[in-house]
Design a protein around this ligand. Structure first.
Ligand code: MOS
Length: 748
């Protein structure tokens, strides 16, 4: 019997049932006997020095086991340094570790940690810790810091170059017949996953186990081990359930290490769960930023030059900027490009990745500029983009590993009925009562990151016909577990239902952290390698086994389906895995497989593309913007599971809606701290804000990125969505809104 393909099935996520029924146990919900609770006390001032910490009242409170601060917390064994997690290395979120000295760099910085027998007692005692400060002047906003800006040489430990250049921008601008220059301001944003970051640390003699809510268990392992000065093999990190992340849990911030230090101090397991408000100053953020794009084009719409400037605050000790230059640099065939990141020191923590880090903001800038250019020149926005289509990677001249962007435009236009669009961006040209109607579109691009280290997984089949597939990465809610199951099942010729999976544990073979939309590609490639190796091993054993009906067969002529090895095209021949294993008195067989990624010198441009469309209704009197329709068509390579892919892409598009209209963390400049650090005041789209969202994918074959041609869907859905909405608002009102979010008061 043969079974249908397992890749491409609409299976639910493996963590879905446990998550929606409340059975899932998150990192703060592991309570080994005697677990104590730690609560952070955070600085209320943005700059200065601690002049005193009075812990006496807290220590006298019931149930309190310890109050730790720079006065008594051990020094970390290694100075943290800002490095990326993508390579599966340590992943310090910033080069600053709290509670090592009396210096205050930002409001919300941890200054003390109270450990008590219950959470309530720890919270109460935390309020009794009295910290006094000598405040110093601070800078927390672009308005305050603009004059101190410098051009960054290396960003994020060198992962992002401080500037990008190709061609001759001066000459390109001289050739231009139209020049547009616009400046955009984007509010700071915070990730706000449903589960705030938390860690439970358990010591058993010198061995440490941490339940951590992380995108990369291995990154937590290596980082905590380095900071504590212990061998990584003594640290096990388990992340069975992760309640969302969006980049907040990509870097490894101080709290898992602090939990381990507290557990060492009180000689008991310790849980340290950040409050929602504490996550705003302890797990990174998308920085406030200003982008200026100068675009030069000929009258036929072809681009001659792009000049890009980004200005943003970073911390006092790290150079960090989200890499926003990518979309403008890479999406169109423009010969001349120049981009510069300018930074200034500010009293915030080091910013970090947030969903579609860089592309989410950068695409807004180039895609609203393209809309403006289309309008100025009287060219249809899709036609303008086709005229500038990059047939090869403009950064390198290399061919694309796969593309599909033109197909995305065409299918999106068809689904959205773009052909019947009235091009006039005249206020009130199209009305529905008081509502002014408009439509807009944008392109989307997101890189396929060439992770460097081998990606590993383990596959095991049992004689009873079941299998287990294992890899160390966590599933942050994207569906990593279900694709592990599907790919392994398909290669081994089993149904996904007969395969169980095990992930989120550093004791398992290592795959990359769930970052940069790289998870699905890495996991599918690793499990493909492991399952292929196991299948080949089983087939080799059968053809060599005198007791097997397949004895002497050409291994290349043996196929597997429904747990059976048989001769190609003759499904009734051969035998099952179980028959062969049982005859040889073994119960199982296993293999670890590794996939070696192509790396940066693959000779190809590797990116995912898409097209976004939006329809808005604007009430100009009340300043209301309602998004009525969103359509996104994407070409993410092979789609392993349409259900989870659809969910990721739709979630990304709605994230773009939030970016366009709602999301903003306001810095109160006179206090130097975030003014709205809660879900009550940090606005996100809810179901009532969500329009009809149509998502389609176009499968493009990609033989370069990884064996199954998976390019990832975690972030591309967001890219360009906000630009499509802003372009639709222009179409409805004739007005350009360049700053994000586009608030009611600005539209009014
Ligand atoms: Mo993702 S925002 O690259 O962690």
């Amino acid at each position: 019997m043969s079974i249908p393909p397992q890749i491409g099935r609409n299976l639910p996520r493996v963590d879905a049932h446990a998550k929606v029924t409340g059975a899932a146990r998150y990192s703060a919900e592991h309570h080994p006997s005697g677990t104590a609770q730690a609560v952070l006390v955070c600085s209320e001032v943005p700059s200065g020095r601690i002049t005193g910490i009075d812990s006496s009242r807290a220590l006298a409170a019931e149930g309190v086991l310890a109050v730790l601060s720079h006065l008594n917390l051990p020094r970390v064994a290694a100075q943290p340094h800002l490095i990326p997690s993508l390579a599966g290395t340590t992943a310090h979120g910033q080069s600053f570790f709290p509670m090592q000295d009396d210096r205050i760099h930002y409001a919300g910085q941890p200054v003390a940690m109270v450990v008590a027998d219950t959470l309530e007692r720890a919270e109460y005692a935390a309020e009794l810790v009295e910290v006094s400060y000598a405040e110093e002047p601070w800078v927390t906003t672009i308005d305050q810091g603009r004059g101190e800006a410098y051009e960054a040489e290396r960003i994020f430990g060198g992962l992002v170059p401080g500037r990008m250049d190709r061609g001759d921008v001066e000459q390109g601008m001289a050739q231009a017949q139209v020049v547009l220059e616009n400046t955009h301001h984007f509010a700071a944003n915070h990730h706000n996953p449903i589960e705030p970051s938390a860690a439970t640390a358990v010591w058993d003699d010198h061995k440490l186990t941490i339940h951590d809510s992380t995108q990369g268990p291995t990154a937590t392992r290596l980082t905590v081990a380095e900071l504590l000065g212990i061998p990584p093999s003594d640290v096990r990190v388990i992340s069975e359930f992760v309640g969302g992340s969006f980049g907040a849990k990509a870097m490894i911030w101080a709290h898992p290490t602090l939990a381990a230090m507290a557990a060492q101090h009180v000689r008991a397991p310790v849980t340290l769960a950040l409050t929602r408000t504490q996550t705003f100053s302890n797990t990174g953020h998308r920085e406030e930023q200003e982008h200026t794009l100068t675009l030069g084009a000929r009258l036929d719409g072809t681009l001659t030059a792009l000049r890009y400037r980004k200005l943003s605050p970073t911390s006092h000790y790290d150079d960090w900027a989200e890499p926003s230059l990518g979309p403008a640099a890479q999406i169109y065939a423009c010969p001349n490009f120049e981009g510069v990141y300018s930074l200034f020191r500010s009293n915030t923590m080091t910013p970090t990745f947030m969903r579609a880090p860089g592309e989410g903001t950068g695409a807004f800038v180039i895609e609203t500029a393209m809309d403006e250019l289309a309008h100025e020149l009287g060219i249809d926005p899709i036609e303008l983009r086709l005229r500038n289509h990059a047939d090869t990677d403009p950064e390198t001249g290399n061919p694309w590993s796969s593309k599909g962007l033109k197909e995305c435009y065409a299918r999106g236009a068809e689904l959205f009925d773009w052909a019947s669009r009235d091009p006039r961006p005249v206020q009130g040209a199209r009305r529905d009562g008081n509502w002014l109607l408009g439509t807009g579109m944008a392109s989307a691009i997101y890189p396929v990151y060439g992770v460097m280290n081998p990606q590993r997984a383990r596959a095991r089949v049992y004689a009873d016909g079941r299998a287990v597939l294992e890899t160390g990465c966590s599933d942050i809610g994207t569906g990593a577990g279900v694709i592990l199951r599907q790919v392994g099942a398909e290669v081994l010729g089993l149904t996904a239902e007969s395969v169980s999976v095990h992930y989120g544990d550093t004791e398992l073979p290592n795959t990359v952290a769930a970052v940069g939309s790289a998870g699905a590609g890495a996991i599918s490639a690793a499990v493909h390698a492991a399952a292929t190796k196991l299948r080949d091993q089983l087939v080799a054993q059968a053809v060599a086994d005198e007791g097997s009906p397949l004895h002497g067969a050409d291994p290349g002529e043996v196929e597997v389906s429904d747990g059976r090895m048989s001769l190609r095209g003759a499904p009734d021949t051969g035998e099952t895995y179980g028959q062969m294993l049982g005859r040889n008195m073994t119960f199982d067989a296993e293999a670890v497989g590794a996939w070696h990624p192509p790396g940066p010198d693959s000779g190809y441009g590797m990116a995912t593309f898409g097209a976004q469309f939006a329809e808005v209704a604007v009430d100009p009197d009340l300043g209301l913007v309602r998004v009525r329709r969103m359509t996104g068509v994407f070409a993410p390579g092979r789609v392993l599971n349409p259900r989870t892919a659809h969910s990721q892409l739709m979630g990304g598009m709605l994230w773009g809606l939030g970016q366009a209209l709602l999301e903003a963390t306001h810095m109160e400049p006179n206090q130097g701290r975030w003014a709205n650090p809660s879900l009550g005041e940090y606005l996100l789209p809810v179901n009532a804000d969500a329009p009809d969202v149509v998502v389609e994918t176009i499968e493009v074959e990609d033989r370069v990125v990884n064996p199954l041609g998976v390019k990832g869907v975690g972030e591309i859905g967001q890219v360009g969505a906000a630009a499509a909405i802003a372009n639709a608002i222009f179409h409805a009102t004739g007005r350009r809104f360049r700053d994000l979010p586009i608030t009611i008061e600005s539209v009014m």
